[in-house]
Design a protein around this ligand. Structure first.
Ligand SMILES: NC(=O)c1ccc[n+]([C@@H]2O[C@H](COP(=O)([O-])OP(=O)(O)OC[C@H]3O[C@@H](n4cnc5c(N)ncnc54)[C@H](OP(=O)(O)O)[C@@H]3O)[C@@H](O)[C@H]2O)c1
Length: 183
């Protein structure tokens, strides 16, 4: 069975998007994310679970790097958590879910088969962490202080969560950090 993986780019002050949902910092700084890391995530991902906000940002985006998972290099079942599903989504690979995150992860796991479930969106990541559903966290840490925006790990937590480093590498200005959640 695959794992539940959080994979995201993060500013040094902990934001995955800047003010006004800004993602331009990722492109301004250039992608120094090692291709082998990205390729590994692409081939091991069987399904994506995203929050409605991430979905909306993707829908509005002009850049294909933001509008499609991995710029279109990945395709597969995508589940979007929302209380108010849109009625104009035409992509048959996108389904909308509501309710508890445990059920959403179980649905995504079933669709992913032997591969991983990738979780996108700070709010959904926080819910999955709180519910003890995250197995690994892969972060590309960008050397910028955004000051405001969507904060990763922003929610208050009911308990401490320990992480075991799997791989810590540097590529250009980026620190690439992969951790396993200690059970
Ligand atoms: N840097 C990166 O690599 C990266 C990756 C992904 C996203 N992002 C950015 O992150 C931001 C999005 O993160 P976010 O934390 O703001 O939002 P999010 O996690 O994407 O979405 C949160 C929303 O999902 C819906 N939702 C969550 N849990 C639910 C549940 N259990 N049942 C029903 N609906 C549920 C709710 O929307 P409703 O109540 O409105 O339905 C909630 O407000 C965007 O700016 C995006 O661009 C960055």
């Amino acid at each position: 069975m695959g794992i539940v993986l959080v994979h995201t780019t993060v500013s040094l002050d902990g934001f995955i998007a800047g003010p006004g949902e800004d993602m331009d910092w990722v492109f301004e700084l250039g992608s120094h994310v090692p291709a082998e890391i990205v390729q590994d995530v692409i081939v091991t991902t069987g399904a994506i679970l995203a929050g409605r906000h991430s979905y909306d940002v993707g829908r509005r985006a002009r850049r294909p790097e933001v509008s499609k998972p991995f710029g279109g290099a990945w395709s597969g079942p995508q589940f979007v958590l929302t209380h108010d599903p849109p009625d104009d989504e035409r992509d048959p690979t996108i389904a909308f879910l509501s309710g508890d995150v445990e059920t959403a992860i179980a649905t995504a796991r079933a669709a992913a088969g032997d591969r991983n479930v990738l979780v996108l969106g700070a709010n959904v990541v926080d819910q999955c962490l709180e519910a003890g559903l995250v197995d690994e966290i892969l972060i590309h840490l960008y050397p910028v202080l955004l000051g405001d925006g969507a904060r990763l790990f922003g929610a208050r937590r009911s308990r401490r969560i320990d992480l075991e480093p799997i791989a810590i590498t540097r590529s250009g200005p980026l620190a690439n950090l992969r951790y396993r959640v200690v059970r």
